[in-house]
Each structure stands twice: as structure tokens, then as C-alpha cells.
Write a protein that binds this ligand. Structure first.
Ligand SMILES: C[S@@+](CC[C@H](N)C(=O)[O-])C[C@H]1O[C@@H](n2cnc3c(N)ncnc32)[C@H](O)[C@@H]1O
Length: 290
């Protein structure tokens, strides 16, 4: 609180409202600048997590305020790249939420089996673990050869790792457990070769995967899909952007196409809730009906 505020008789509460408002303005200006200069649109990301990530970036860039971060981001491409990494939150794992994969295997795979070819889009695939999980499942079900998997993310660095398919060996214990819990039928270690502290997934799993940069906030639909996975991505968006992206998915899904969301996400309370019916037992799997 400043001497002027004291002189004007402002209470602590009034001061903190001013602070919140100032911070909101700074955040909006930063996102506006980022959008105009670099074309990345974070303007409709949910405020609480955006604020947290931006504060974290300001701290690690050694600047005192969001305005200070803005100046650095607008003048230094490397600083902007670091901000994108921080806002991207590339947390993922193989067969994440194993029951979801089990339900997909038991309920959706039999339907996909009846199709002449299968197109699957993993939107916001991060470093690719979810995509390799899908490739393994399709391989075991004898469907991989007639499938094309489109793996997209806005984060080029994550996509590069996804293409390489190299992960830390320390994660294999959890991934093996997830794989078995998801209904995996083979020895999981057959899908990778270990080298020092990392493992590389078998190249045959990559054969039908197309990796590409795609930003859900700014890019358009690029194909028609039987299945779209978009898990733990829209949780970071506000209602407006979430509705916009659901519009994109609805447009991109074929008739009776399947949409898979993250455990904490739902089609309910979006403009598109009436266009889908839930499938599975509480898992976030929906079939397009309109
Ligand atoms: C928490 S990870 C989820 C990864 C994976 N789908 C999963 O559930 O394990 C979120 C991913 O969404 C991506 N993402 C965030 N905003 C995006 C956007 N506008 N367009 C495309 N990808 C985005 C991030 O880069 C990040 O890799």
C-alpha cells in the first residue's frame, strides 16, 4: 500500500482488489503481446492456472512483475520459448488412467474392427506416451495396419520427443503396471529396447503415426476422424475456448465418431453436450449422435 493510498483512506481490502485488477491487466497485456508478436493465443486460457504459470516464469526469469516479463518476452525469442514450455504443462504417462484404456479396448475396439480403415487424432499429445499406448493397443488387437494416428501438439519441443519415442527407464515400472491394468496381453518390455537410462520404443509402432504441430486455439480442422483423444488439455481453457475447441472436434468427427476426454473433463455444460451420448462406465468416452 502506498502513502497516497493511505492518504486516500483506502482499506486493505480495496487495495487488494486494485492489486488483482492490476495483475489481470498485466496478464491480458502479456497475452495480447504474445499473440500479436508470435501468433500463440493464450488469451482464453483459464485464469488461475495461467496466473500461476506466469508468476512461476517471472520468478525463473528473474523479473519483478508480469510487466517485466512482458518486456523480456517481447524482446527475446528464447524467453518466449521458455514461457511456452511453462504454459504447455507437458505432463503425461503411458496408459494414463488404465481403466479408460481398458474400456476403450473392450467397448470401442470391437466397433473399430468393423471399419475398413481407422483415423485417430490425439490432440495435445505432449511427448507422445498416449500415442504409443494407442499404437500398442491397436497392434495387439490386429488393427494397427489399417489405422492412421495423427499426433498433434502446439509444443514443438514435446513433439520432437514424441517422434523420437525415447523415455526415461525409471518410468517403465509405472508404465508396465498401467499397461497390465489396461488389459495389455504381452510382455511390455518387448515394445522397447533399453539403453543406459532410457528406453526407445520399437520403430514399427511409429509406422502409421503422423506427428504435426497444431494449435487448438488458432488452427482449423484438417481431416475427418473416427476417434479423437483430447485428454487433460481443455482443463486449462476457459469456457469460451473450450466451446470453440468442442466445435472443432464436432466438425472433425465422423458419424458416430468417438470423443475421449480426461478424467476431470466432461462434455456436460458445454454447447455440445446434446450432440453426444456417454459410453463406458463413467469413463469420459462419448459417441457423436448428431
Ligand atoms: C497435460 S498435457 C496432456 C497430454 C496427454 N493428452 C495426456 O493426457 O496425458 C497437455 C498438453 O496440451 C498441449 N496444449 C495446450 N494448449 C494447446 C493448444 N492450444 N493446442 C494444442 N496443444 C495444446 C500442451 O502443449 C501439452 O502438451
Amino acid at each position: 500500500m502506498t502513502a497516497k493510498d493511505l492518504a486516500e483512506g483506502k482499506s486493505e481490502e480495496e487495495w487488494s482488489i486494485d492489486t488483482d485488477e492490476r495483475e489481470r491487466i498485466e496478464l491480458e497485456l502479456l497475452m495480447e503481446g504474445v499473440h500479436r508478436l508470435y501468433g500463440y493465443d493464450f488469451r482464453n486460457y483459464a485464469l488461475p492456472s495461467l496466473r500461476r504459470r506466469v508468476h512461476h516464469s517471472a520468478q525463473s526469469e528473474n523479473v519483478k512483475s508480469i510487466s517485466g516479463l512482458q518486456e523480456k518476452v517481447l524482446h527475446d525469442r528464447a524467453c518466449f520459448d521458455r514461457l511456452v514450455q511453462s504454459l504447455s504443462i507437458p505432463v503425461t504417462e503411458m496408459f494414463r488412467d488404465p481403466l479408460l484404456f481398458r474400456t476403450f479396448r473392450e467397448e470401442i475396439i470391437p466397433v473399430l474392427r468393423t471399419y475398413p480403415y481407422i483415423r485417430i487424432w490425439h490432440a495435445g499429445c505432449s511427448t507422445g506416451e498416449e500415442v504409443y499406448s494407442m499404437a500398442i493397443m491397436l497392434h495387439e488387437e490386429g488393427l494397427y495396419d489399417k489405422a492412421r494416428i495423427y499426433a498433434t501438439d502446439m509444443n514443438a519441443k514435446s513433439l520432437q520427443q514424441a517422434k523420437e519415442g525415447v523415455y526415461g527407464i525409471d518410468k517403465m515400472k509405472l508404465y508396465t503396471k498401467n499397461y497390465l491394468d489396461s488389459g495389455g496381453t504381452q510382455s511390455f518390455s518387448e515394445y522397447y529396447t533399453a539403453r543406459y537410462n532410457s528406453v526407445m520404443f520399437q520403430p514399427f509402432l511409429r509406422k502409421n503415426i503422423i506427428f504435426a504441430e497444431h494449435n487448438l486455439a488458432t488452427d482449423r480442422s484438417f481431416n475427418e476422424f473416427n476417434v479423437i483423444f483430447c485428454r487433460n488439455v481443455m482443463i486449462y481453457f476457459n469456457d469460451e475456448l473450450r466451446n470453440q475447441v468442442h466445435g472443432l472436434f464436432h466438425e472433425s468427427l465422423s458419424r458416430f465418431g468417438v470423443l475421449v476426454l480426461g478424467a476431470k473433463e466432461s462434455i456436460q455444460f458445454t454447447d455440445y453436450s446434446g450432440f453426444y451420448e456417454p459410453l463406458g462406465r463413467g469413463e469420459k468416452i462419448y459417441r457423436k449422435i448428431k
